[in-house]
Design a protein. Structure first.
Length: 58
């Protein structure tokens, strides 16, 4: 996640590896959004350090 004021950008593994613009945003007061559409019933899970290193190595 990357914070920007009142919202945080949430990267998927794919977006992080390709340095794409993230589809997901987590707003402090309004919740989770995907490309401007509110997402209900989500669950966030951290990725492992090994996965990050593998993406950075490729």
């Amino acid at each position: 996640m990357q914070a920007r004021g009142e919202k945080s950008l949430v990267f998927t593994e794919h977006e992080w590896g390709k340095t794409d613009t993230p589809a997901f945003e987590l707003h402090v007061r309004m919740g989770m959004y995907c490309r401007g559409v509110q997402v209900l019933g989500y669950s966030l899970e951290p990725i492992s350090v090994e996965a990050i290193k593998a993406v950075e190595a490729s």
